[in-house]
Design a binder for this molecule. Structure first.
Ligand code: F6P
Length: 548
């Protein structure tokens, strides 16, 4: 299956190792900016809807040339084409990977007719739910992982486009507190439940769906066909569950790549058919850029190459996502699944154990909140953690924000942007002990030598970051941003020679959970390890028994 060489088997890999030893390791961003007056112009790139500033990264032209050579050695362009053409690149499951076909205009990608038919049916249903005569004020979307994170993130991000009076709720956790909290204020007559599960076998989703149905019937609801819909590729299981309004999709749409399919139904209900088509159009524009732009001016390619450079040469183990937009606060969670479920792999396509690291830990929080929590570590901790800042130039507070309030919030937006720039500046610039010394003199501690205090107050700097700028947070720009991340994950996965499209690592825990469940009723701890048996016994008593 390894038609394409793995990155460490390419001649450019050895050249990169030499380059890192001789130059890369010592690269200093401050010196680079002093040396290159046009560094911003040279290292920034306008991709569809996204302006990317890569200049505050530890990369030189020589590094880039070698990384581009690595990409060519690994057949990145051919690998990319294999995905777009619908080859079964998810070889451990024998599936094509065609989420790009979901956002392509008819005739420009495989499966055009079925994609358009499915889209039209889903959008027509979404519009009917939005229509006042249906009387739906609340939509409860039940799903988990790829059947939750994408729709939940997008609906939250596009709140300003959501139809007034319509509330969307997302329930994912098997923890009953999740559903209970949502149901508290709902009425069955005005509620639509969407059960979203590609497989329709996922424990959490089925448990929540069962509970939602029980609540609906208990509250006097009766018309399941009207109040429950399913988005799934297993229509039979949905029918057995009692849901007849079903929207299907295909095995060539991976769970974490499925928000463009019928799994996006809550998005379409929230922002309407036209908005959903804009989301698709933004993603399609990014697909065109990824597929057509030369590698050296191709944003997903450049980001993927940087990821590999940082992970495998600098040894950076994580990347922090800092969206400076409250609407994007779930983006880090969404990206965790996209990147870590895709590239958290330890064997190559042939099953050989890899001699190098793959997915970094991806994490983050909306700015400026993160600044008052973990940015301390980003600035002065022992690990270098590249940060990805995402900012939106024009805010969109909604029509209800007028007059004095509007002025206040506009001013806050300027503060938000200034914070965003200041953080990337501080990470890069740092502050020397000599500079800190100048500040410490008047307030020097009595117990700590001035020099030591200056060290506490100094910043090493040279900490890399990327800034992504959107003009506005709109369906189109969000579509482009998400597609950018999808393709960037593809690039690093392709060079690492792994299958970015399976997720066997989630199976063992699921299987063990199913085996443990009856033991909560029986109390049988036989054959279990001491820790699990001890915890089970503790959880079972002396309180009321937990039913299986
Ligand atoms: O967590 C594993 C996983 O299979 C994800 O890949 C997927 O997005 C999620 O579970 C939900 O699966 P389903 O849509 O089949 O319920």
């Amino acid at each position: 299956m390894n038609l394409f060489p793995r990155c460490d088997r390419s001649p450019a890999w050895a050249a990169l190792q030499d380059h890192f030893r001789l130059e890369g390791r010592q690269f200093d961003l401050r010196e680079a900016f002093a040396r290159e007056p046009r560094r911003f112009e040279d290292w920034s790139l306008q991709a569809p809807e996204v302006l990317a500033d890569l200049s505050k990264n530890r990369i030189s032209t020589a590094t880039l040339q070698l990384l581009l050579q690595l990409a060519r050695d690994c057949g990145l362009e051919a690998q990319r084409e294999a995905m777009f053409q619908g080859e079964a690149i998810n070889h451990t499951e024998g599936r094509a990977v065609l989420h790009t076909a979901l956002r392509a205009p008819q005739g420009q990608a495989p499966h055009g007719d079925e994609v358009q038919a499915s889209l039209q049916r889903m959008l027509a249903f979404a519009e009917s739910v939005r229509a006042d005569d249906r009387g739906f004020s609340d939509v409860v979307h039940i799903g988990i992982g790829g059947s939750d994170l994408g729709p939940a993130m997008v609906v939250q991000a596009l709140q300003s486009c959501v139809k007034p009076g319509l509330r969307l709720h997302f329930v994912s956790n098997v923890d009953g507190h999740d559903l209970a909290g949502v149901l508290r204020d709902l009425k069955p007559a005005s509620t639509l439940f969407i059960v979203a599960s590609k497989t329709f076998t996922t424990q959490e989703t089925l448990a929540n769906a069962r509970a939602a149905k029980a609540w609906f019937l208990q509250q006097g609801g009766s018309d399941i066909a009207r109040h429950f819909a399913a988005t799934t590729s297993n229509a039979q299981a949905a029918a057995e569950f009692g849901i007849t309004t079903t929207f299907g999709f295909w095995d060539w749409v991976g769970g974490r790549y499925s928000l463009w399919s019928v799994i996006g139904l809550p998005i379409a209900i929230a922002i309407g058919a036209a908005g959903f088509r804009e989301l698709l159009a933004g993603a399609h524009a990014m697909d065109g850029h990824f597929r057509g732009a030369p590698l050296a001016r191709n944003l997903p390619v450049l980001l993927g190459l940087l990821d590999l450079w940082y992970r495998n040469f600098h040894g950076f183990g994580s990347r922090s996502i800092a969206p400076y937009h409250q609407g994007l606060r779930r983006l880090p969670a969404y990206l965790q699944q996209l990147e870590m479920e895709s590239n958290g792999k330890r064997v190559d396509r042939e099953g050989q154990v890899l001699p190098y690291a793959t997915s970094p830990v991806v994490w983050g929080e909306a700015g400026t909140n993160g600044q008052h929590a973990y940015f301390q570590m980003l600035h002065q901790g022992t690990d270098v953690i590249p940060v990805e800042f995402i900012a939106v130039r024009q805010p969109d507070f909604g029509a209800h924000v007028q007059g004095a309030l509007r002025e206040c919030l506009q001013d806050q937006h300027t503060k938000l942007l200034a914070n965003c720039l200041a953080q990337s500046q501080a990470l890069m610039q740092g502050k020397t002990e000599a500079e800190a010394l100048g500040e410490t003199a008047p307030t020097a501690s009595r117990t700590l030598a001035t020099q030591a205090l200056a060290r506490h107050r100094s910043f090493p700097g040279n900490r890399p970051s990327t800034t992504l700028l959107l003009e506005r947070l709109s369906p189109r720009s969000l579509g482009a941003l998400v597609a950018l991340y999808e393709h960037r994950v593809f690039v690093s996965g392709a060079l690492w020679g792994i299958n970015s499209f399976d997720q066997w690592g989630v199976e063992l825990g699921k299987a063990l959970c199913n085996r443990l469940l009856p033991r909560f009723a029986s109390g049988d701890g036989g054959g279990l390890d001491g820790s699990t048996a001890g915890l089970l016994a503790h959880l079972r008593g002396p309180g009321p028994e937990v039913s299986a």
